[in-house]
Design a binder for this molecule. Structure first.
Ligand code: WTA
Length: 631
């Protein structure tokens, strides 16, 4: 259902609110199903047994691939652009992609993978990551992609949590001018993963890596000999499709589980309406498939809608800081979707790097992953979109499966730094700290969602209580997003950022507790508190306050290096601290809780009022910390 006017959007939003069953029934009928549903939706945020399209059966890859073969068989489905601009691209038509996915499906089956088994992918952005994910979906296995920047320990934690039987990796990854030793990291991780029976290795750099007899196999050799036909496995609507780990306020990363039919309908519907593509357009989302954006808007969304989607192995700054613009020019990209961090980084480079490329093919620009500041928005609009292209600022989360609040390109208006309007089916509301709804406009508060939508994650893998506790207990009966937001006088939303203990560094979600755990591993650290602070390029940076066992052993620079080595080992380089301050104590309430509000203000070099500190157990420490921070 493509909404092509503002009136159509408003009508759809009202219909999805007033008659959700009739509305989603219509949307879902655009797909092919083995068996239709008995009931469109059931369950709520109290019972938390949410179901969509119950009773139906389908296979999502039939909708991504087979359904297009007759009408779009020879249309390009995937364009793959290598890290090195001199390496030839790979283009796969829908027919070819279908054949490759079938091949991969047969390889997985030969390796003993069965419906319901978990398969972990720890790869770079090679075509086999995308075909592998779809192959899992074709045979009913559950994929869990782990971003290639995570450490061995982080990988092992995820592999064990979802009890994966098989891991697919590369010998090494190319990443700009560097390589990442994915297979060596996998080997290290698997020393503590007794459940893994097989490892498939996609050779990419040709580096010499070790193969463990019986366990490890060369993926490309297996694929070469595999059959290009594979019947799709019939799946129930609520069968799991994938697990994706993400960080939260507390504890270890959570494995959000998405199911088949609702996710499919949501990914397809949001992709079609937010981006408003036409048949011959070329779409490029620069995310990595290791994150939810790469699941919903490189893989499933575009393929469900028969689009041509570009997959990029490299980074924006290699071989030079005009790589994005070069790729847009080379393939005449019409729809470009990236993160504010990338925009801010490229904005800081010589403007000629943008201006020397022909970007006239562009029609729509997108932003995702973190709040986009007005300056970055204006630059993107002017220098990249030449003031012709609407910008869709898409707010959503791993948990939501797809875009929740965004303008629809060229259909509803774009407003700088505002995600603007909710998708049909989404009822946002703002609540105050006490959980009372803040009604009227303008308003500000914590962002909640009122009713289940098709794409919501159904549980945290293996821990339904944690799912309930994390999202539905702060404001009972409502989904709490963890974000703060403002609503303007025309009811358009602006997301202001996380209000919990999650830091958003370059669009990557990092839990403060995870970083603290890593820091506390250091033998000289007694306690630590980690907070985010505003960072010009990354959006937020990581600031760590640490109490040392023996401060005489500390030399300023060294402690940061040593702690970052610990963080890199336990989580990965993406969680490294930008700033480490040694303190003698942390501001705590009488009940022993760290008052992070104070630490956040000091980290932000905010010299204003720190608010009431009289309830602190140790108010004297505040002055010392301020002084140490140079305030
Ligand atoms: C943030 C990424 C402002 C937000 C799709 C959210 C945004 C978290 C936006 C989810 C946006 C995402 N404007 N903030 N357009 N998009 N966020 O799970 O804080 O990696 O809660 O999903 O990113 O990050 P996640």
């Amino acid at each position: 259902m493509k909404l092509t006017s503002k009136a159509a959007y408003q009508e759809a939003w009202a219909e999805a609110l007033n008659s959700p069953e009739a509305f989603w029934d219509k949307v879902a009928k655009e797909y092919s199903w083995h068996k239709p549903w008995d009931k469109v939706c059931s369950g709520d945020f109290n019972s938390l047994d949410i179901k969509w399209f119950e009773g139906a059966s389908l296979n999502i890859t039939e909708n991504c691939l087979d359904r297009h073969l007759e009408t779009r068989g020879d249309k390009t489905a995937i364009i793959w652009e290598a890290n090195d601009p001199n390496e030839k691209e790979i283009c796969l038509t829908y027919k070819e992609l279908h054949a490759d996915v079938c091949r991969f499906s047969n390889v997985l089956k030969d390796q003993g993978v069965q419906k319901g088994d978990r398969v972990v992918f720890y790869m770079s952005m090679v075509p086999e990551l995308l075909t592998g994910v779809l192959a899992c979906a074709r045979i009913g296995a559950i994929h869990s992609v782990v971003f290639g920047g995570f450490s061995a320990q982080a990988l092992a934690g995820r592999v064990n949590d979802c009890e994966a039987k098989i891991v697919v990796t590369c010998d090494e990854a190319f990443r700009g001018g560097k390589t990442i030793a994915l297979k060596a990291i996998t080997d290290e991780a698997l020393e503590s993963c007794p459940g893994v029976e097989k490892v498939l290795v996609r050779e990419r750099t040709g580096a010499k890596v070790t193969y463990k007899e019986g366990r490890d196999h060369k993926l490309m050799e297996l694929l070469k000999d595999a059959s290009t036909t594979c019947e799709p496995t019939e799946m129930n609507a609520e069968d799991p499709l994938f697990i994706l780990y993400t960080s939260g306020s507390t504890g270890t990363p959570k494995g959000l589980m998405h199911t088949t039919a609702g996710y499919m309908v949501w990914a397809g519907f949001t992709f079609e309406n937010v981006f408003q593509m036409e048949e011959n357009d070329t779409y490029w989302c620069s995310a990595d498939i290791g994150w939810i954006t790469g699941h919903s808007y490189i893989t499933y969304g575009p393929l469900l809608k028969g689009a041509t989607t570009l997959m990029f192995e490299g980074v924006p700054t290699y071989p030079a800081a005009d790589r994005f613009w070069d790729v847009i020019d080379k393939y005449k990209v019409t729809h470009f979707y990236t993160a504010p961090t990338a925009i801010r980084a490229l904005m800081a480079c010589d403007i000629e790097l943008v201006r020397k490329h022909d970007l006239s093919s562009l029609k729509v620009l997108g932003s995702v992953g973190e709040p986009i500041n007005e300056e970055a928005w204006e630059w993107y609009h002017k220098e990249v979109g030449k003031e012709r292209c609407p910008i869709v600022d898409t707010w959503w989360q791993t948990e939501t499966g797809g875009i929740m609040i965004s303008s629809l390109a060229g259909v509803t208006e774009s407003v700088p730094a505002h995600a603007t309007l909710p998708m049909p089916g989404i009822q946002p509301l703002l609540v105050d700290a006490e959980g009372k709804e803040v009604s009227g406009s303008p308003a500000e508060g914590n962002l909640c969602i009122e009713k289940p939508w098709p794409g919501i994650a159904r549980t945290i893998w293996g821990n339904h209580d944690r799912y309930k506790e994390t999202y539905f207990t702060t404001y009972p009966g409502r989904y709490f997003t963890g974000d703060g937001a403002k609503r303007d006088s025309e009811s358009r939303y602006r997301i202001t950022g996380r209000v919990d203990d999650v830091i958003n560094v370059s669009g990557h979600r990092i839990g403060t507790a995870e970083v603290e755990d890593a820091i506390n591993e250091h033998e000289n650290i007694i306690e630590s508190a980690v907070v985010g602070f505003p960072h010009e390029i990354k959006g937020q940076g990581i600031y760590a306050y640490v109490i040392c066992q023996d401060s005489s052993k500390i030399e300023g620079e060294n402690i940061q290096k040593e702690l970052n080595a610990h963080i890199t080992k336990m989580i990965g380089p993406i969680a490294k601290a930008d700033c480490v301050q040694v303190v003698s104590g942390l501001p705590k309430t009488r009940s022993g809780k760290i008052m992070r509000r104070i630490l956040r203000k000091i980290a932000a070099k905010d010299t204003g009022d720190l608010g009431d500190i009289s309830t602190l157990l140790n108010p004297e420490v505040v002055d010392e910390i301020k002084k140490g921070a140079g305030l």
